[in-house]
Ligand binder design. Structure first.
Ligand code: S3P
Length: 426
C-alpha cells in the first residue's frame, strides 16, 4: 500500500496511544507462565504482539479476547507444552529473543523462526550466554534464526552485556527463572527495564541494583490484572511533529513514562521543546501520565553515549525533525540501528537525501544539517514501521506530497497510525 502525505499546518487535539508494545509482550509471556487467570487491559493490537500470542498458543496457552480485555489462562512455570510446529516470531525481535530465553529452559525441544528481516538479525548475543547457562541451541551460521533449541537443564550465570540491550537482558532473566541458582545480568548503560518491573510485580525473586539485575529460580508467578500504558515510542511521532509545526498543541493521554523510555522527551527538551505532564499515576509498577506538547523553536543537539539505548527506537523521528531545527544535529554511538528491522542509519540518511536534506552517514550514526527545505519525494520504508512513520512526519513539513511505499508496515507496531494522524491533522 502506498500512502500519500500532504503538508499539515498544525496538529491539534487529544489522542490515546495503543498499549506499549514492549510491555504487551512481557505481560503476555509472564501471564502465560503465572498461576491462574490474568486479565490484560489495553494490550497492543499490533502485529508484533500478535506474533507473541501465536507462539504462546502454540505452546498450549489459552489466550482469548473478552470485550476489550485479553484473558490469559496461566499454565505455571512448568506448564508449557511442546509445540507441534516451528514457532513464528514474524518480524518481532522481542518475541524471538524473549521466547528463546523461555524455551531454553523447557523440558522439551522447540524451533523458532521469523520473517526475512528477522532471520537476518543477530542472535549470537543470546545464543552464547544461553549456552553458557547450559542451553543447547543451533542456528544458521551460529547466529541467525531459525533457532533449534533442545531440552536442557540450565544453571545461573553472571553475564556482563557488551552492549545495553533490553531484549538480551530480558532473554537471560527469563531463562534465569528456569535455571538452578542465581542469574545475574549487568549492562553498560540502562536499557528499558519493563521485564524487571513486571517480574517483581508478579512475585519473582528478583533484585535490581543500578545496572545489575539478579534473579533466582522460584516457585511461582502470580497472575492478576495487568493494564498496559500507552506506547511512548508510538507517541514520539506526534510529539515530535507537534513540537515542530507552528501553532500545534496536542495531549496524548496515559502514556508510559518509565525513565528508561523517555530519552525522546529528554532530547526534545534539549532541542528547546517544553514537555508538560498531567494526571500522573503509577500502575503495575510503571509510571503513566498525559503528555502535552506545543510547538516550539527547535535547535540541533548531540545525541550519544548512555542516551542511545533509551532513545533507540526514536532516532529515526529525531533525525527527521533535526532537519528542521536550527543548527546541526550529531548522532553517534548508535551502530545498533544497523541491525534493527532494517539498517535504520542508511534508511534515514537515504530518505532524507531523497527529500533534499543535507545529511552525512557515519558508521555509528549521522550528521543532519538543520533548516532544510524538504521537497516532494517517494520514500522507501524498507518495510520498517518506524521508517514509514518518521517519514510520514517528514511529509507534514515537506513542500508538496510525500509518497510512502509499503506503508502497511506500520501494522508492526501501530496499526491505527494514519487514522490517529488524521484525527489531529489541523
Ligand atoms: C525492545 C528493546 C529494544 C528496542 C525494541 C524493543 C524490547 O531493543 O529496540 O524495539 O521490547 O525489549 P534492544 O534489545 O536493543 O534494547
Amino acid at each position: 500500500m502506498k500512502k500519500v502525505i500532504a503538508p499539515a499546518k498544525k496538529l491539534i487535539g487529544e489522542i490515546v496511544m495503543p498499549g506499549d508494545k514492549s510491555i504487551s509482550h512481557r505481560a503476555l509471556m509472564l501471564a502465560a507462565l503465572a498461576e491462574g487467570k490474568s486479565e490484560i487491559h489495553h494490550l497492543s493490537d499490533c502485529q508484533d504482539v500478535k506474533s507473541t500470542v501465536n507462539c504462546l498458543r502454540e505452546l498450549g496457552v489459552e489466550i482469548r479476547q473478552e470485550d476489550n480485555r485479553t484473558i490469559v489462562e496461566g499454565v505455571g512455570l512448568d506448564g508449557l507444552q511442546a509445540p507441534a510446529k516451528t514457532l513464528d516470531a514474524g518480524n518481532s525481535g522481542t518475541t524471538m529473543r524473549l521466547m528463546a530465553g523461555i524455551l531454553a529452559g523447557q523440558k522439551f525441544g522447540s524451533r523458532i523462526s521469523g520473517d526475512a528481516s528477522l532471520r537476518k538479525r543477530p542472535m549470537k548475543r543470546i545464543i552464547n550466554p544461553l549456552r553458557d547457562m547450559g542451553a543447547k541451541i543451533e542456528a544458521d551460521d551460529d547466529n541467525f534464526a531459525p533457532l533449534s533449541i533442545e531440552k536442557s537443564r540450565l544453571t545461573g550465570i553472571e553475564h556482563r552485556l557488551p552492549l545495553a540491550s533490553a531484549q538480551v537482558k530480558s532473554c537471560l532473566l527469563l531463562a534465569g527463572m528456569f535455571a538452578r541458582g542465581e542469574t545475574v545480568v549487568e549492562e553498560p548503560a540502562f536499557s528499558r527495564d519493563h521485564t524487571e518491573r513486571m517480574l517483581k510485580h508478579m512475585g519473582a525473586d528478583i533484585s535490581v541494583n543500578e545496572r545489575r539485575v539478579a534473579i533466582r529460580s522460584f516457585s511461582k508467578l502470580s497472575g492478576g490484572i495487568l493494564t498496559i500504558p500507552g506506547d511512548i515510542s508510538s507517541a514520539s511521532f506526534f510529539l515530535a511533529a507537534a513540537a515542530l509545526l507552528p501553532g500545534s498543541e496536542i495531549r496524548i493521554k496515559n502514556v508510559g513514562i518509565n525513565p528508561t523510555r523517555i530519552g525522546i522527551l529528554e532530547a526534545l527538551e534539549r532541542m528547546g521543546a517544553t514537555v508538560n505532564f498531567e494526571n500522573f499515576f503509577v500502575q503495575n509498577n510503571e509510571e503513566i501520565s498525559d503528555i502535552i506538547m506545543k510547538s516550539q523553536e527547535l535547535n540541533g543537539i548531540k545525541i550519544d553515549g548512555s542516551l542511545i539505548p533509551r532513545i533507540i527506537d526514536e532516532i529515526p523521528i529525531i533525525a527527521v525533525i533535526a532537519s528542521q531545527a536550527s543548527g546541526e544535529t550529531i548522532i553517534r554511538d548508535a551502530k545498533e540501528l544497523r541491525v534493527k528491522e532494517t539498517d535504520r542509519i542508511t534508511a534515514v540518511v537515504e530518505n532524507l537525501k531523497k527529500m533534499g536534506a543535507e545529511v552525512t552517514e557515519l558508521p555509528d550514526g549521522m550528521i543532519i544539517q538543520g533548516n532544510q527545505h524538504l521537497k516532494t519525494a517517494k520514500i522507501d520504508s524498507y518495510g520498517d514501521h518506524r521508517i514509514a512513520m518518521a517519514f510520514a512526519v517528514a511529509g507534514l513539513v515537506a513542500e508538496g506530497e510525500t509518497e510512502i511505499d509499503d506503508a502497511e508496515c506500520v501494522d508492526i507496531s501501530y496499526p491505527d497510525f494514519f487514522r490517529d494522524l488524521e484525527k489531529i491533522y489541523g
